[in-house]
Design a protein around this ligand. Sequence first.
Ligand code: SF4
Length: 373
Amino acid sequence: GQCSAVCPTGAIIIKNDVPAVWKAIHDKKKRVVAQVAPAVRVALGEAFGMKEGENVMPLIVAAMRKIGFDEVYDTSFAADLTVIEETNEFLHKLENGNDLPLFTSCCPAWVKYVENKHPELMSQVSTCKSPQQMFGSLMKAYWKESNPEDDRETVVVSVMPCTAKKAEAGREELKTDGISDVDIVLTTEGLADMIYESGIVFKDLEPEAMDMPFGMYSGAGLIFGVSGGVTEAVIRKVIQDKSHTSINNIKFCGARGLEGTKEFELPLEDGETVLKIAVVSGLGNAEKLIQKIKSKEAFYHFVEVMACPGGCIAGAGQPFGLTDKKKLRAKALYASDKQTQLRHADENPMISSLYEGILKDRSHELLHVHYHK
Ligand code: SF4
């Protein structure tokens, strides 16, 4: 039956989307493509009594294939695209020196908050679509162009840590030619329900790898799931010295940790520019920061905001987690990042080939959004 949950941040009644996913999977005229957000993999195991904060992505892939998804990909891939687009936007604004700080745009609950409470700041919110939306628009355009003889309709299903992502997927501005970039959004708990309904014994599954080409990602995309991750990913792209030591050392810059407000300075290699950066999670902390900016008590070049305290690892669609759990989830994402061969977004070879191909003339259309006033 249909049950519903209340979105804690958007105050919207959200329906249960599991039946719609089953319907799409059973429809042979549909190609059902899944994307799994970074934060999901370090929380889903808890729903099956597994160790808290364990990265269970390879089991998620195995479960989703058994359930019948045609392709299983990683939202971290699209996060790499977000990093590139957002850093370029940031460097451009920095050069012109106006309209700063640049606020991040990947948390839809934060975007909604600015629209409602501080519409005058909307021009400072990055025009980048969130990774979920970039993934969706790209996927639909890519398959249409690269495989026109396949007449199945592409249905994009996301597995996300929160219900705010459902509201985001339904927005008019995030449609291309009247079609939503993302069709159905499952929360982490929604996916857990599907796995239970299928009778799959999750922890006994054999680990499987994601599909290619959109299962490839850098560690920078992966850490989007934790507060400070977007900032660290952007810094990895901004710095010139991309050696392992240099990338590893960014972890000491001040972006990491579960504190609600983190502020730090980052001297750039040109010896002149010192970036002032703030990373906040929790909308109350965001409001305080906005007031500080408005009263000119503080100035920042770059501000990352996530509505959930600690970032997406603590999203309301995840199994409930107190501080200890959040710490373990964050730790697991950082540990997985360290194990990836690719540590910064530019290293992702699939992304470079997209920029030479489909994104050559269409990056603005597919990857950016302008919200209506
Ligand atoms: Fe969703 Fe929370 Fe992440 Fe925002 S911070 S995208 S509301 S889980």
